[in-house]
Design a protein. Structure first.
Ligand code: TXA
Ligand code: MG
Length: 355
């Protein structure tokens, strides 16, 4: 398949260019596009065959439902059952990086919701995404635009790496704004439950939604039960092994010892870099600890960069779990396959290496 690359400005996208992509969606094709969180891979949410193509292109298991993207809260009743309370919440959180799980409307095709009685919906706060939905004339079903299991794409280069030749078009509008996916909250239960921590912290959502239950799994700890269907799969993982230090205080000790196990790459903050340099170990900077939004933006890129280096494995630093930090730690724990270590003695077992 020939993949058309359409370059547009992220803030003032040329409507003719976005129209080219919208025509593809209207005709039942699939298009990767930027949102404020990560790039999505979109299809007409009401076209069963088109939605099916998304699963093919990503290698995504069919039991992992998609998020339906709307151009505004007023479209909500096209896809879900609504009442005044839900509309109030929707109007306050959208457009923005929050996905609401709601009772589904009957006429939504099955591949989108994987046959569940609920549907995940959001209105993205990105000019290109909004223009695309508007010009397509239909809600757009879209998961993140990566191959299943890989880190989500935060720029068009990531999408091209994963999906070139597998999708009809990729809209390139540079880097996304947040770098981690939306926060998913299940509003179909009372009290609401956090299904996936994301770009907007629960601290900011609770004044709007009320008390949100945060299950242990939201931290990204290993668990038998998946709270959102997609959370049970291996996720966000680079090809190379990554271990995560359980505590910032042990990080340098663990990193130093890991150099006896092979070639490490430190996946760390700008603040940590001088100490890492002093050990003579290569670093991949995620962002600044003093501004966790920069860490969120750099997170998935740093995991992809690890695979491009000649390091044997990555050793990641932990971050504060407040606000967007909960999403950062959730993704890091999953990316390491839950290999969290608290002492250098655990390295040989964690890395499957003699050291
Ligand atoms: O920021 C985002 O949310 C990005 C952009 C493109 O919007 N999208 C994204 O989609 O991250 P995806 O498919 O990678 O993650 C969607 C998650 C999956 O874990 C899926 O299982 C869950 O949402 N999900 C979808 N429908 C659901 C439902 N009805 N109930 C519970 N979880 C649902
Ligand atoms: Mg995804």
């Amino acid at each position: 398949m020939n993949t058309e690359i359409i370059k547009v400005d992220p803030i003032e996208p040329d409507r003719k260019s976005v129209m080219r992509a919208a025509r593809i969606i209207r005709k039942g094709g699939i298009v990767a596009f930027p949102t404020e969180t990560v790039y999505g891979l979109g299809a007409d949410a009401f076209n069963e065959a088109a939605a099916g193509k998304i699963f093919e292109a990503k290698g995504r298991p069919r039991d992992n439902p998609l998020i339906v993207h709307l151009k505004g809260a007023e479209q909500l009743e096209l896809v879900s059952l609504v009442n005044e309370e839900i509309m109030n919440v929707a109007r306050k959180v959208w457009p923005g990086p929050v996905t609401l799980v709601l009772p589904r409307a009957h006429d939504l095709p099955d591949p989108v919701t994987s046959g569940l009685k609920t549907v995940a919906v959001r209105v993205p706060a990105h000019p290109v995404a909004l223009a695309l939905i508007e010009l397509s004339g239909t809600p757009i079903a879209a998961p993140s635009a990566n191959l299943a299991g890989k880190p989500s794409p935060t720029n068009a280069k990531h999408v091209i790496e994963d999906l070139q030749g597998r999708v009809d078009a990729i809209i390139d509008a540079g880097e996304t704004f947040f770098g981690v996916e939306s926060t998913i909250v299940n509003l179909a239960v009372n009290p609401p439950v956090l299904l996936r921590p994301g770009a907007l912290g629960t601290e900011e959502l609770e004044p709007i939604i009320g008390k949100i239950t945060v299950p242990e799994e939201a931290h990204g700890y290993e668990s038998e039960v998946a709270i959102a269907p997609g959370m049970k799969y291996r996720h966000y993982a680079p090809a190379k092994r990554v271990v995560l230090a359980g505590d910032r205080k042990n990080y340098l000790k663990i990193l130093e010892r890991s150099a006896g196990c092979g070639i490490p790459a430190a996946i760390c903050s700008e603040e940590m870099k001088p100490a890492v340099d002093a050990l003579g170990i290569r670093s991949i900077i995620i962002g600044r600890e003093s501004d966790l939004y920069t860490v969120a933006r750099g997170l998935f890129s740093s995991l992809r960069i690890l695979d491009e280096t000649d390091a044997d494995f990555g050793v990641a630093q932990p971050f504060d779990e407040r606000g967007i930090g909960l999403a950062i730690m959730n993704r890091l724990r999953k990316a390491t396959g839950h290999t969290i270590i608290n002492s250098p003695d655990e390295l040989p077992h964690a890395l499957y290496r003699q050291c």
